[in-house]
Design a protein around this ligand. Structure first.
Ligand code: GTP
Ligand code: MG
Length: 138
């Protein structure tokens, strides 16, 4: 059974969308096996998005991720990584398919409500950055 790492981003928590997004996650058959609401530090956000360090939007991205509370989660299910990417929708909400989280809720390509891991390796690294083993209850 596969696990993926999810973040409900500051634009989502600001609009009180934690429950609405969690309902879409659970409706898709993914199980929320760990969850906590945190304020990311700048260092945590820079580490998390290190792969995008050279991108022109890196500074904006980090500033946004620390601008308010986020909910970090571990989601579990068959094919969880791809399944979550599927229900998240495209990075740019104007290109996201109908019914996806980003189509329904995201404000822009930057403030796009959710993060989901893109591969097995990154999922493991991302989960380990925010959760210890005993915080994940499958
Ligand atoms: P994540 O699940 O958050 O990784 O999204 P993604 O995999 O769909 O997108 P990608 O990894 O390419 O980019 C990571 C994040 O950087 C996106 O989710 C956006 O929040 C942000 N981002 C990407 N492109 C832009 C951009 O052009 N402008 C801004 N401000 N942010 C961007
Ligand atoms: Mg990504």
């Amino acid at each position: 059974i596969e696990r993926t790492f999810s973040i409900l981003k500051p634009d989502a928590t600001a609009r009180n969308l934690t429950g609405a997004i969690n309902a879409l996650i659970e409706k898709a058959g993914l199980r929320i096996v760990a969850q906590k609401r945190i304020r990311m530090t700048r260092e945590q956000a820079e580490t998390f998005y290190a792969v995008h360090k050279a991108r022109p939007f890196f500074g904006e991205l980090v500033d946004f991720m620390i601008s308010g509370p986020v909910v970090v989660q571990v989601l579990e299910g068959e094919g969880a990584i791809l399944k979550y990417r599927d229900i998240m929708g495209a990075t740019d909400p104007s290109k996201a398919a109908d019914g996806t989280i980003r189509k329904l809720h995201a404000k822009s390509v930057g403030e796009n409500s959710v993060h989901g891991s893109d591969a097995t390796e990154t999922a493991a690294v991302e989960i380990a950055q925010f959760f210890s083993g005993n915080e994940i209850v499958g």
